[in-house]
Design a protein around this ligand. Sequence first.
Ligand code: ZN
Length: 244
Amino acid sequence: MKKNLQTLASIVLSALLLASCGKSMDAPATPEKKDNADKVLTFIHSLGFSQNSIVDNGNAYIVDEDICFPKDMEVPEGKPSTEQKWIGNKLTAANAMNIRIKVDPSMASMMPEINSAINQWNNIGGDIALHFSIVTGSPYDILIKDSDLGTTCGLGAYPSGGKAGNLIQIHKAHIAGYDFAHRQRTITHEMGHTISFTHTNEAGGQLIPGTPVTEASSLMNGHECGVGVTVLSDYDKIAARWLY
Ligand SMILES: [Zn+2]
């Protein structure tokens, strides 16, 4: 019975989390919810993001246009330690080895691009324990779906509670005109956010030891949809190995 309750609780929680990066449902905020949202905002500021890079979309704060911080996310305790860049909140080792992606039917036509993106992260090489796979049912960790994001190509959620960010939204119509390499780049980039990468070329986040402050050939550069590099750079890979 207790187990059933736990299962039910986790289903309800997953449903809540999945809703959180979408557009606002405008549910009245409880004091607890507002309290956590304030903590999330303080956390975002503590990472060095400027106020004008933060947009409140109701259930989440969107930072640097394509990074989603759900207002109900679990904020890491303590100050981020100082030193590509990451959010200071990553997957547990066990979760990093088993990141399950569910592809919403709305993204089924981009399976080749999704598989190409998965191959990039799964084939970094060297001393790393990171593995994505596609699952068709539940449980899963990340849902990838098509969303009308205006002029934004994609949106990736940050990790929370030791798990990968649970939602990747791709603006399919917006990237449809790009070549295959750039369509898969958008997906590879958003996957990077779900495992805690921030933008290499922007303020915010913590610098990963052994990587430069900025790098033109990083796939994790922001605002480069359709024009940026299409394969993970050597420093992107060094950063991934440092994280996992
Ligand atoms: Zn991004």
